[in-house]
Design a protein around this ligand. Sequence first.
Ligand code: SAM
Length: 269
Amino acid sequence: MFSFLFKKTEHDLNTKENHHNIAVNTDGIEALYDFIEKNAGISLQKSKVLVKNHIIALCERYNISSFLSLLEEVKNNKTLFTELVDAVTIHETYFFREKEQIVEALKQHKNNSPLSILSAPSSSGEEAYSIAILALEMGIKNFHVSGIDISRAIIEKANSSLYSQRSVDFLSQELLEKYFIKTHDRYSVKESLKEYATFKQINLFEDDIYQLGKFDIIFSRNMFIYFQDEKKVEAYKRLESLKKDENSSIYLGHADISSKLSQYIRSKM
Ligand SMILES: C[S@@+](CC[C@H](N)C(=O)[O-])C[C@H]1O[C@@H](n2cnc3c(N)ncnc32)[C@H](O)[C@@H]1O
């Protein structure tokens, strides 16, 4: 009756009661986070309550009673592992998020040879379609954009190519009418634009990435932010091996680069 008067044990503090009357024990959080980092690069801090709560919600959804059981489960279940990664990452993106960088990159490769472009990670596709729109507006027609992301759900969204008003806020009325069909409050990408982009669920740290082929331009924005130095360099090396030739370029976001990574990049020049 007066349980609140008793000092909570470590076990109690690590256990959250939930609506379905299962309690998720979060012991082993370090082992779980190590597994996520080793396999997806993503480095998580134990102190971030929100992230932990998202994982607890995932456990509740699948009736998994502890982080240790979740760890055992994700070791053999790729789909669940990608759902776990989904729970701890943000997919925020929008059209023309980094317009200037894209235009700059396209200008460097403006000739008639076919251009292959990678958007890794693509999230729900806004970046890949922004690249396609800008290329077409610059008169480039012989190109293809491959979008990849670790999240199955977000790749499904990219394949549906349906966007909210918020996503397209930075597009002019003229571009909206040229490349989208408006239905109610959604913008659907026209087939004539869709043909320039394809999306696949791929983890950058898995070797399926090498089946994508080679690229002239590689955009990798706002993913390295999740990685610690060592993984940033490992991820960069993976992207480097996707370059078609010495004229190919990799474009990262400002927040993606650490001093260790820029040291590595400079050492290659
Ligand atoms: C914030 S979005 C970036 C989207 C877009 N590039 C942009 O800058 O607007 C970050 C994405 O990285 C993806 N991601 C994180 N780790 C990944 C990995 N190891 N392999 C592939 N995608 C990953 C997440 O699923 C998320 O959709």
